[in-house]
Write a protein that binds this ligand. Structure first.
Ligand code: F6P
Length: 362
């Protein structure tokens, strides 16, 4: 018998997290009659469980349009390699047993973990150790395999497209090259989608390493045709053929990831040497992670939040919800985290961009 469930959000936040929390709390309490515990700051909340709180329908009032997560999150603490200070040094410790003990102590019969690849990987390891976990895929990067889309992605694309639209008019007025750097880690989904939606001239994605000469070719071609400005959308993980990616910070320890950033400034510096045009860069950064979710993301997040409760009711632990076509289905968490979903360089979306005469820099 399921009596009490827990909910946590892990990894980088994204628009729609609150919509999932709201849908799960409503379904759990009103439909199933379960108790719900809100676990704060991702898995950290189960290592130091002093801020866990009982959720009721009032806890989720008014949160549907809100960005972020009312539960808090963390993308710096893998419990299997948890950073702790010892003798003035940062070392990592395995805290997974403490999490399992706390789940038992709190009498949580099913735990909903809402997260991206990192968080779901941890969830899967904990499930293998005995935790009753179910998952919900989340990330603005849309790089999780097995689900067509993650919620938060289209809100990020919306934000990026809005920025490209705004940069378009100023680029045209000043006859400038505008370079917009968007997020996405090793996947170019945000760049390709917002680039197409915003009518970019050049889109650079990690899946297709670029050649600076090809970018210059495209800019010159546009100048010859009378378009004395160009919009370049570059994914933070894009890189020049034969060279490294650009980082703002390498991984600090085993439990953390490197942070990408700065590729737009690199391209700007090379282009300013090789062309006579004025160039400006805009790094959109965390603006893409914030704000109110679009209606599409609110609906997807709400559907995930409802369906994930059904997985608990059916005791389908180790499973997560996925969007396939128009249906929400469930699959083992293991399948989603086994591979990253990247753009097929020969796929339809890339071909669409090429037919629209957008250069991919190759
Ligand atoms: O995974 C989501 C994401 O926003 C990536 O697109 C980006 O590279 C990263 O997180 C940034 O992480 P942080 O919030 O730690 O700077």
């Amino acid at each position: 018998m399921i009596k009490r469930i827990g909910i946590l959000t892990g990894g980088g936040d994204c628009p729609g997290l609150n919509a999932v929390i709201r849908a799960s709390v409503k379904t759990a309490i009103s439909h199933y009659g379960w108790e719900v515990l809100g676990i704060t700051d991702g898995f950290d909340g189960l290592i130091i469980p002093d801020r866990i709180f009982k959720m009721d329908l009032n806890s989720v009032k008014g949160i549907l349009p809100k960005g972020g997560t009312i539960l808090g999150t963390s993308n710096r603490g893998n419990p299997f390699k948890y950073p702790v200070k010892k003798d003035g040094k940062i070392v990592t410790e395995d805290k997974s047993d403490e999490i399992l003990k706390n789940i038992l102590k709190l009498e949580i019969d099913g735990l909903i973990v809402i997260g991206g690849d990192g968080t779901l990987n941890i969830a899967y390891q904990l499930y293998k150790k005995g935790a009753n976990i179910v998952g919900v895929p989340k990330t603005i990067d849309n790089d999780l395999a097995k689900t067509d889309y993650t919620f938060g992605f289209f809100t990020a694309v919306n934000t990026a497209t809005d920025a490209i639209d705004k940069l378009h008019t100023t680029a045209e007025s000043h006859h400038r090259i505008m370079i917009v750097e968007v997020m996405g880690r090793d996947a170019g989904w945000i760049a390709l989608n917002s680039g197409i939606a915003g009518g970019a001239d050049i889109i650079l994605i990690p899946e297709i390493p670029f050649n600076i000469e090809k970018i210059i070719e495209k800019i010159n071609e546009r100048n010859l045709k009378g378009s004395h400005f160009s919009i370049i959308v570059v994914a933070e993980g894009a890189y020049e053929k034969g060279k490294d990616k650009h980082y703002v910070e390498k991984a600090k320890n085993e439990g953390t990831l490197p942070r990408y950033g700065g590729i737009s400034n690199y391209i700007a510096s090379v282009l300013s040497e090789k062309t006579d045009m004025e160039i400006r860069t805009t790094i959109l950064g965390h603006i893409q992670r914030g704000g109110s979710p679009t209606p599409y993301d609110r609906i997807l997040a709400s559907r995930f939040g409802v369906e994930v409760c059904d997985l608990i009711a059916q005791k389908k632990f180790g499973y997560m919800v996925n969007l396939v076509g128009t249906q929400i289905i469930s699959r083992p968490i293991e399948e989603s985290i086994s591979k990253q979903k990247l753009i097929d360089p020969y796929g339809q979306l890339v071909e669409t961009a090429r037919r629209l005469q957008i250069s991919l820099g190759d």
